[in-house]
Design a protein. Structure first.
Length: 286
């Protein structure tokens, strides 16, 4: 699918962004309260919010609002072939959004959530959302960031990609996100520089093998302490999944959803060269 120009709108139901963005300093209690309220209002009307995470800044929309998700993809200049990961606020939400979650996936979530691990799972068939061409899978992560978890508690699951233009480095400050996204975003929530720059590790739990599809902050050794048989790199034949990775945005039609919502741009994936292009949040989920 051809890449869209940043800010390009071609759907008749597409809602244009508000003409001006607001920035709120989350270190100030009054601004934090106002910023959270404005973010909630923006998300309710298909708006976009830049949020801090434990990796990089993320660009967020209501996961159940197709218009908001389309705005997110267009703001970044990416197509539907790179679906958006979803950030969640609790391990219980994993069971609500994913189906056929095996014991290995549950053990990984228990060990590394909240934190830098994104799990690609089969999505519940009853879900009414449109994250892109995800082929019935969804990339889920519970971030380890107090402000992000508070937003998720208040708003529910958020579709989140790294707060950058596709092909550009992920933003680790609100100022960097503003330079790239400008007034296409309704609300910026500023928590200062992000505590990390390394992308989340992406593990595909949607097939017969549990395998790492993008290396990141959680190491292979740490994963094997929980799931000794996890497949890393070329340990076993790869079954190509359309959603191997996107959690970020390095472009590859094979690695689509991994984690953008929070990942730093440019983390290499194990495996074939075409897979290594996945957008490291655009690199993946943030």
């Amino acid at each position: 699918m051809s890449e869209l120009e940043p800010g390009q709108f071609d759907d008749p139901d597409q809602v244009e962004p508000e003409p001006a963005s607001s920035v709120y300093d989350l270190s100030d209690p009054a601004q934090r309260s106002t910023g959270f309220a404005e973010a909630k209002r923006a998300l309710a009307r298909s708006g976009l919010v830049v949020i801090p995470t434990d990796t990089v800044y993320g660009l967020a929309a209501d996961a159940f609002d197709p218009t908001g998700v389309r705005r997110l993809l267009r703001a970044k200049g990416r197509g539907r072939d790179m679906p958006t990961p979803v950030l969640i606020g609790s391990v219980d939400t994993l069971r609500a959004l994913a189906t056929n979650v095996g014991p290995d996936a549950r053990d990984l979530a228990a060990a590394f959530w909240p934190g830098g691990l994104t799990l690609i799972c089969r999505q519940q068939p009853s879900l009414r959302w449109d994250l892109g061409d995800s082929r019935a899978t969804v990339a889920l992560r519970m971030p380890d960031h107090e402000d992000t978890l508070a937003l998720l508690s208040d708003n529910g699951p958020l579709a989140v990609s790294s707060a950058n233009l596709t092909g550009s480095p992920a933003a680790t400050t609100v100022e960097e996100a503003q330079l790239m996204l400008g007034d296409r975003v309704d609300v910026y929530l500023d928590a200062g520089p992000t505590p990390g720059t390394v992308a989340s590790t992406i593990v595909d739990c949607s097939g017969p093998m549990i395998r790492v599809v993008r290396a990141g902050v959680i190491t292979a050794a740490q994963l094997r302490e929980v799931v000794p048989g996890i497949v890393v790199g070329d340990d076993a034949p790869r079954s190509r999944s359309r959603q191997d990775v996107d959690a970020t945005d390095d472009e590859s039609s094979e690695t689509e959803q991994a984690v953008e919502a929070e990942d730093a741009e440019g983390a290499d994936l194990p495996g074939d060269a075409d897979d290594a292009a996945a957008d490291p949040e655009d690199r993946g989920p943030a």
